[in-house]
Design a protein around this ligand. Structure first.
Ligand code: SF4
Length: 236
């Protein structure tokens, strides 16, 4: 169920750029929940964009469904911020979606530390298939992608056809800069992943995430560093 076939149609409803504090995000969220209602799910990684988007969502739909893809391999700081979010937003439905195989079962079937030898298969098992299962019961999903994050995200629109998951992907934060995100997070005293204070602008699973190489100018340079991989397969 896609309302927009062209970018021009989206521009009509969401003038670029909105001059509100949230750069169009609240307008997009309001439209998205009006249009999709309970059929809309937010797949949240609980990085700083996640902290901001959860807060914005809570103002539009306090009982929204928020799903965290719990690979079982996340940093303890990530689990800590999820617990803080559950306390701050008790009416949100925050789900921990786990893969079919535990980490030990995956090691039994595919060998130890699959992420070192075949990270694409590991992401497929622990992230992509669980998101497929999550989206099988939803019409659309929300993501905190920002255009500034990387070259591969430069053309992201508010409303995107998602051929990979045969769904609609809605990205309210596309016009936000990293400074915008932090300004909002501090202004509203949001809980956030403390790894951000230790040089990690982008946070995924512990075995595949290092502090960023700021000299590269790529905030995602610490993800799968040296493995020739830049995305987990959720965003194409
Ligand atoms: Fe596996 Fe790394 Fe992907 Fe996490 S990010 S699912 S550990 S390959």
């Amino acid at each position: 169920m896609l309302k927009y076939d062209t970018w021009e149609e989206q521009e009509h409803d969401f003038p670029f750029p909105s001059d509100s504090e949230t750069k169009g995000a609240m307008e997009v969220l309001q439209w998205a929940y009006d249009y999709y209602g309970d059929e809309l799910v937010y797949a949240c990684s609980f990085g700083i964009e996640g902290s901001v988007l959860v807060d914005l969502i809570s103002k539009v739909k306090p009982d929204a469904r928020v799903v965290f893809l719990d690979t079982g391999l996340h940093f303890k700081e990530t689990y800590e911020v999820i617990e803080k979010a559950k306390e701050k937003y008790p009416s949100l439905n925050i789900e921990m979606k786990k893969p079919a195989l535990s980490v030990a079962e995956q090691a039994g079937e595919h060998g130890d530390e699959l992420w070192k030898r075949n990270p694409n298969l590991c992401c497929q098992i622990r992230k992509v298939i669980p998101l497929e299962e999550t989206l099988s019961g939803a019409s659309a999903w929300l993501s905190g992608l920002r255009r500034e994050q990387s070259e591969t995200r430069r053309n992201t629109q508010y409303v995107n056809k998602d051929n990979r998951f045969k769904s609609i992907k809605i990205c309210p934060l596309i016009h936000w800069t990293y400074k915008d995100i932090w300004r909002y997070a501090h202004k509203h005293s949001l809980p956030y992943n403390t790894l951000h204070d230790q040089g990690y602008p982008s946070i995924g699973c512990q075995p595949c995430t290092l502090p960023a190489d700021w000299a590269s100018g790529d905030a995602r340079s610490g993800r799968w560093s040296g493995q020739g991989k830049t995305e987990c397969g959720l965003h194409q």
